[in-house]
Design a protein around this ligand. Structure first.
Ligand code: PEP
Ligand code: CO
Length: 450
């Protein structure tokens, strides 16, 4: 018999990576406030994303999930949101045009604040202080006071998510994402670069295609698909009290939805089969994801599919592998085979970032674009060999001209990292590197004839 589920049933299970909130009364108060606030997304939108993801699961669309490693309370502005959206739109255009399939766009945005950590504390000089867990929990300044988890930050994260989502909706429905503006999405620092020029010639082809359609009498003015896009939101469902407070019952279907984002995922450090994170997400109606790292056993993945998607609904479950470029092909093939043979309709996405992070001699965390693309190449080869669809990519990026990841057309090296290393957590691809990656992913998939 199926175990019963409620929005709070996760509290009976061990929850990894939860902050040690010192102020319990403050935490209760903050969560009560959030529970009384309006939902950030609606259940119908989550269902619409699920239908789009069902097309990805069937091999007829591609998932582009991208955004910050961790959103910041400080880097919060219209500019910041717009620049990230521009890069995502550009990448989506490149992928759609080159692959000839719809691209489902999901941001790591409007709620991607909380970070799991390898250790709960950190040594600073002689002092042992709590680790930084994302702006939704504490402040990165390395002092005991700044690192104290502060429940008021949960409320601030809600409000920042609401404003971010508001602007995203305005940009995507209000003209900014109009395909007639395909040229205008290029930023200055990208325009003159090789990948920028490559994008410009693709944009010119799209413009010609639109002219051609108009000349043939097609009413492009009134075709909303040419003027608006859907960009959905997602984040790691890490701080379960926050997620529970935004979980609401859908009046239409009676089902429960986590209305903090359209899609939620479980991270590599919180995917314990008998843990609170899997318990929580199994009961919500949103599309959900789970990171899958190296050493994962096929039996475990099948159990996960059974627990998170017992009804085998296409689009409900996305498995996001993050193996490391040198391991992905060997690690992934048995998993692809097992899930395929069991008939589970999952989306397979590749996170080529988190298995390829290392520290430079000066202690900066970084990743090399060639290694990132190397992991995607291994992911595509594994799917080609198993006859399955490489459904999408999961990328950490920013629209800004940062210097956090190495490589790319301007060949950033260790010495460049200090110039503009601005991330609050993991190193992100900048606008040029992201565009370069989109062209190369489209080529990889086409070259493999999948
Ligand atoms: C992340 O996506 O930022 C993350 C922490 O990934 P993972 O859970 O795969 O380590
Ligand atoms: Co990250």
């Amino acid at each position: 018999m199926a175990r019963s589920w409620t929005p709070s049933s996760w509290t009976a299970y061990p929850a990894a990576q939860q902050p040690d909130w010192p102020d319990h009364a403050g935490l209760d108060r903050a969560l009560k406030h959030i529970a009384s606030y309006p939902p950030l997304v609606f259940a119908g939108e989550a269902r619409s994303l699920q239908s789009s993801l069902a097309k990805v699961a069937a091999g007829n669309a591609f998932l582009l999930q991208a955004g910050d490693c961790a959103e910041s309370f400080e880097e919060f502005s219209a500019n910041n949101i717009r620049e990230k959206l521009r890069v995502i739109l550009q990448m989506a255009v490149v992928l759609t045009y080159s692959m000839g399939v719809p691209v489902v766009k999901v941001g790591r945005m409007a709620g991607q604040f909380a970070k799991p950590r390898s250790s709960p504390t950190e040594k600073v000089g002689d002092l042992e202080i709590p680790s930084f867990r994302g702006h939704i929990v504490n402040d990165p300044t390395p002092t005991e006071a700044a690192r104290m988890p502060d429940p008021e930050r949960l409320v601030q994260a809600y409000h920042q998510s609401a404003s971010t989502l508001n602007l995203l909706r305005a940009f995507t429905k209000g003209g900014f994402a109009d395909l007639n503006r395909v040229h205008a999405w290029t930023q200055e620092f990208v325009a003159s670069s090789p990948e920028g020029q490559r994008y410009e010639s693709l944009a010119a082809e799209i413009e010609r295609a639109l002219l051609f359609m108009r000349a043939c009498g097609i009413d492009t003015e009134n075709t909303s698909a040419l003027h608006e896009v859907d960009v959905f939101t997602s984040h790691e469902a890490l701080i379960l009290g926050y997620e529970e407070a935004l979980t609401r019952q859908d009046s239409l279907t009676g089902g429960w939805y986590d209305c903090s984002a359209h899609m939620l995922w479980i991270g590599e450090r919180t995917r314990q089969m008998d843990g609170a994170h899997i318990e929580f997400l199994r009961g919500v109606g949103n599309p959900v994801g789970c990171k899958i790292g190296p050493g994962t056993d096929p039996e475990w993945v099948l159990e996960l599919c059974q627990v998170l998607n017992p009804a085998r609904v296409p689009g409900r479950l996305t498995l996001i592998s993050r193996m490391g470029a040198d391991k992905v092909e060997d690690e992934l093939r048995p998993l692809l085979r097992a899930v395929h043979d069991a008939g589970h309709p999952v989306v397979w996405a590749c996170d080529p970032m988190h298995g390829n992070t290392y520290a430079t001699p000066s202690g900066r965390k970084t990743r090399h674009l060639d290694t990132i693309i190397g992991e995607i190449a291994g992911f595509v080869r594994a799917h080609k060999a198993e006859g399955t669809w490489p459904g999408g990519i999961h990328i950490e990026l920013t629209g800004d001209d940062v210097t956090e990841c190495l490589g790319g057309a301007d060949d950033l090296g260790n010495d460049d990292l200090d110039d503009r290393y601005e991330t609050v957590c993991d190193p992100r691809l900048n606008g040029r590197q992201s565009l370069d990656l989109a062209f190369r992913v489209a080529e990889l998939i086409r070259a493999n004839g999948i």
